[in-house]
Design a binder for this molecule. Structure first.
Ligand code: AMP
Ligand code: ZN
Length: 114
């Protein structure tokens, strides 16, 4: 997807503040952090929204959580706790249409979310 911001990060056209990468995912710091730790974890395959998932994506979605678990450990937030969020479409406030998991930690999270 040539016009997708996150695909440009995967291709190397744009360099994010990368914290983790493997064959399935790329993870980098959010440019507008909402918590002391705010990292975005994205699949290397372009998928626009959660609505576009099909059974063939089961592995890659699992890989996002496995990366979150590892990064949380590396960031020192695994024990204290953290939140993972994936926004879908307008009501949830999705602004970048390449699926991403927000990994947020380092402060107490309110519930319910806004
Ligand atoms: P969402 O609103 O759930 O689609 O999340 C998109 C996120 O991408 C927001 O938290 C933005 O701050 C973040 N973002 C947008 N552009 C960049 C960028 N160039 N580098 C890192 N994060 C970005
Ligand atoms: Zn993309």
């Amino acid at each position: 997807m040539s016009d997708c911001l996150f695909c440009k990060m995967i291709s190397g056209d744009i360099q994010p503040d990368t914290v983790y990468e493997d064959e399935h995912v790329l993870a980098f710091r959010d440019i507008n952090p909402q918590a002391p730790t705010h990292i975005l974890i994205i699949p290397k395959e372009h998928i626009s929204t959660l609505n576009d998932l099909d059974p063939g994506h089961a592995n890659i979605m699992g890989q996002l959580y496995l990366a979150a678990r590892k990064i949380a450990e590396d960031e020192g937030i695994a024990g204290p706790g953290y939140r993972t969020v994936t926004n879908c479409n307008a009501d949830a406030g999705q602004t970048v249409f390449h699926i991403h998991m927000h990994l947020l930690g380092g402060r107490n999270m309110g519930w319910p979310p806004g």
